[in-house]
Design a protein around this ligand. Structure first.
Ligand code: PA5
Length: 426
């Protein structure tokens, strides 16, 4: 499933020493979660959500997906920002050749830039298209603006009555603009439960409706997430690598004063998983002037731009590599040039694995950078569900180790308030 390799940190810390420092603290965190006395515990609905999935809502999602199929919807615009799109796009990209797509082209609107939105409007064209708008609060400015542009365009393309059948909202049960408008206009509506925050919500209908529509093996995603939710509540650091990862992060920051963690992937299709990781850790624990700065790299691409810095620049960071052992696709090489014949017969995945291990060794042995490796067994739906939950558990524990609430984001409101003040002429 998922295993944390820690041997490239041995010069400063071992699993046993780490355990002696952190096991009592992790025990306390889990005890408080179970007793419901942990800070922010009212937002931990995501832990058990996958275990008690609302079967009726699942059936409704399957029904609406079938209706869209009957209507031959070939283009879908997914509108949402932050936690309301990152995990969903991460799933699509990680599993890109593992679902059949049902001939549907998917566009994401996650920004309110004028060039960007107008270009996207051109891409959906003058025919029918589906709109999935995801906003837990139903009050965020970016999805509100994008939704209005696309909804008006859809009405122009197909008329109001048909347009209303092509809108799906995923939002709070009662609060916010989309909940109200869904009632008024008869849009299909699915719920993000009030006890689950945006960045922890990708396996609620926020992601699940699109996954179903595109023909993902959604049952395997749920199974992976369900297994993770059972395994990863275990406080024993010998058995819970998500918590062990949180402890290593805390150790590097507290005892070695590292400022940055560089999270590395080797597949462009995993770059959105890096974005999920960045948001989960950045938003859950970037508070009270604490926490590591979450930085991301795509190797081997970035080795040709940032490789020099990472090898010999300021030593104020450590690295974590996410590596999937069994990829979606593979090929054996056969080279034309004589001087490259040594590659013949070798699998491309093997060459990537050698690149990964060589880089870890170069950074650790020569560059004196500590490295963790998160090994995921397989690039499939089950492991996407498991990995997403694994990252959620790790982010939660990491924030608790810093004595922070993992589930709020008060800092995000500051710039939002300023935008609103100016636009509303206050
Ligand atoms: O994790 C979070 O809570 C945020 O990233 C939100 O998902 C993001 O701000 C979008 O909010 P909403 O879904 O309410 O539009």
């Amino acid at each position: 499933m998922i295993r944390l390799e820690t041997k490239y940190t041995k010069r400063i810390i071992t699993d046993n020493i780490l355990k002696s420092i952190y096991q009592p603290r992790i025990n306390r965190i889990v005890r408080r979660l179970k007793r419901k006395s942990a800070v922010g515990v009212e937002m931990t609905g995501w832990i058990k959500y996958v275990q008690n999935y609302d079967k009726k809502e699942l059936k409704d999602m399957l029904r609406v997906a079938r209706e869209w199929k009957k209507k031959q919807v070939k283009k879908v615009i997914v509108i949402g920002i932050g936690g309301s799109y990152l995990g969903i796009k991460a799933g699509m990209n990680m599993l890109r050749s593992d679902f059949n797509n049902k001939g549907i082209q998917v566009f994401f609107a996650h920004n309110m830039n004028n060039n960007y939105l107008l270009e996207l409007l051109n891409s959906v064209g003058r025919e029918q298209f589906g709109i999935i708008v995801i906003s837990k609060s139903g009050t965020t400015l970016e999805p509100a603006i994008a939704f209005n542009l696309f909804y008006k365009r859809l009405i122009r393309n197909v008329g109001r009555a048909k347009a209303n059948q092509l809108v799906v909202t995923v939002t709070d049960k009662v609060k916010g603009n989309f909940a109200k408008a869904s009632k008024e206009y008869g849009w299909a509506k699915f719920i993000i439960p009030s006890n689950i925050g945006g960045r922890y919500s990708a396996l609620t209908p926020a992601g699940m409706f699109l996954f179903i529509l595109l023909g993902f093996n959604y049952r395997a995603i749920i199974k992976g997430a369900k297994d993770a939710s059972k395994h990863l509540i275990n406080p024993d650091l010998d058995k819970n690598d998500a918590f062990r990862y949180a402890c290593y992060r805390n150790y590097f920051r507290t005892f070695h004063r590292y400022a940055i963690e560089n999270f590395v992937v080797y597949d462009p299709g995993l770059s959105m998983i890096s974005e999920v990781w960045k948001q989960l850790f950045g938003e859950s624990e970037g508070k009270d002037h604490k926490a590591l700065y979450p930085s991301t790299s795509l190797f081997t691409t970035d080795l040709h731009s940032m490789g020099q810095y990472l090898q010999e620049g300021t030593r104020n960071f450590f690295e974590t590599t996410l590596y999937i052992k069994r990829p979606l696709r593979d090929v054996r090489l056969s080279m034309i040039s004589d001087n490259l014949k040594y590659l013949n017969g070798k699998k491309l995945s093997y060459i990537n694995e050698i690149a990964m291990l060589s880089t870890v060794h170069a950074h650790y042995e020569d560059g004196k950078t500590k490295n963790l490796i998160i090994y995921v067994d397989k690039q499939d739906a089950y492991h996407f569900g498991y990995l997403y939950m694994w990252l959620c558990f790790a982010a939660m524990a990491s924030a608790y180790l810093l004595r922070l609430n993992p589930f709020d984001q008060p800092g995000v409101e500051v710039y939002k308030q300023r935008i609103a003040n100016i636009l509303k002429n206050k």
